[in-house]
Write a protein that binds this ligand. Structure first.
Ligand code: SF4
Ligand code: SF4
Length: 145
């Protein structure tokens, strides 16, 4: 499963429509609302974490654009959960930047966040879900509307 952190800007004409509920119903995407400012007749802004398959997220984002919602990606980065990592090395084979590598002689898998491009390839291959997306907390965002 993939996660995306987004700021959605709803134009006045769609602000009262069940656009976000449709994401769950039509595209099997789960969502977590971090912050929302919705006023009927005015522009609405919502900060969301969406979770779904790569294909369902792609279709869901296309749907949002079709109905006129402006999408701004939230700052997000890939992190390694050391407690979940079993050092199998699978992720090092798909990491294009060398951010994940096998250290010798310990043969432990290390993560260098400075080299990470956030391509998310490691997330799809890691069976223990040790590679995760960390999304900037919506509470930190200022949503001046
Ligand atoms: S694929 Fe996952 S468990 Fe295996 S080394 Fe990479 S982060 Fe650790
Ligand atoms: S997100 Fe991409 S660049 Fe970053 S560690 Fe994973 S595979 Fe490597």
């Amino acid at each position: 499963m993939y996660k995306k952190g987004l700021i959605l800007k709803f134009p006045p004409k769609v602000v009262t429509e069940p656009v976000v509920c449709n994401l769950a119903k039509k595209y099997d995407i789960t969502f977590n609302i971090l912050k929302a400012t919705i006023t009927p007749g005015k522009e609405g802004i919502m900060v969301l974490e969406l979770e779904g398959t790569q294909a369902s997220l792609k279709k869901g984002l296309e749907y949002l654009k079709e109905v006129g919602v402006e999408i701004v990606p939230l700052e997000q980065k890939v992190v390694k959960n050391e407690e979940k990592c079993i050092h199998c090395g699978v992720c090092t084979a798909v990491c294009p930047t060398g951010a994940l590598y096998i250290e010798r002689p310990s043969f432990e898998v290390k993560f260098d966040p400075q080299k990470c491009s956030a391509c998310e390839y490691c997330i799809s291959v890691c069976t223990t879900k040790a590679m995760e997306i960390s999304i900037k907390n919506g509470e930190e965002l200022s949503l001046g509307v």
